[in-house]
Design a protein around this ligand. Sequence first.
Ligand SMILES: N[C@@H](CCC(=O)N[C@@H](CS)C(=O)NCC(=O)O)C(=O)O
Length: 200
Amino acid sequence: MKLYYSPGACSQASHIALREAGLDFQLEKVDLRQKLTASGEDYRNINPLGYVPALQLDNGDVLTEGPAIMQFIADQAPAARLLPAEGAARYHGIGWLNFVATELHKTCSPLFAPTLTDEQRKPIIDRVATRLDALEKHFATSSYLLGAQFSVADIYLFVVTGWFGRLNIPLKKWPHIERFREVMAARPAVQEALEAEGLI
Ligand SMILES: N[C@@H](CCC(=O)N[C@@H](CS)C(=O)NCC(=O)O)C(=O)O
């Protein structure tokens, strides 16, 4: 398997999940501006939409969309228990992946645009803040999104909330989320992924 990634981007969640799962994989960096892979290929031949992550399987098939890739990774390594295998618990996990994707990741992505005015930023930040308030309540009594069970949704939340400092959404207002992030940052798979991406 090969994961196409960009350092610090949402592909980092699939990267950490691969390490948590203990699966064999290769990494290939993508220049998202030029749409070029490290080996010089037009990345749109891998993912026509030009965004990361993409996971190329050993049979050549390419999976795209982070939440689907993370579910795939979890299902390849049941012993790592990265997503409940069945029952309502599984759909709670998928629900959290969808929450992070739509309510946080895609809600906050416009904030990366350097041309956004403060007036344009405010409603986006206010909206993200309501989601963070809900998460703060959740983490007051739960270690992870699924309660006591760690899952790929936690990995995705860790990666997306890692952008917030840069986006001027200081997490000190949400101390339980900060504590969750500290616990996540201490996981060996997280440290290994950050190092492999050249971020530490
Ligand atoms: N729906 C996609 C979105 C992925 C996405 O937003 N990737 C960003 C990095 S976090 C990217 O590659 N952006 C570059 C671009 O869209 O050209 C997913 O969930 O995988």
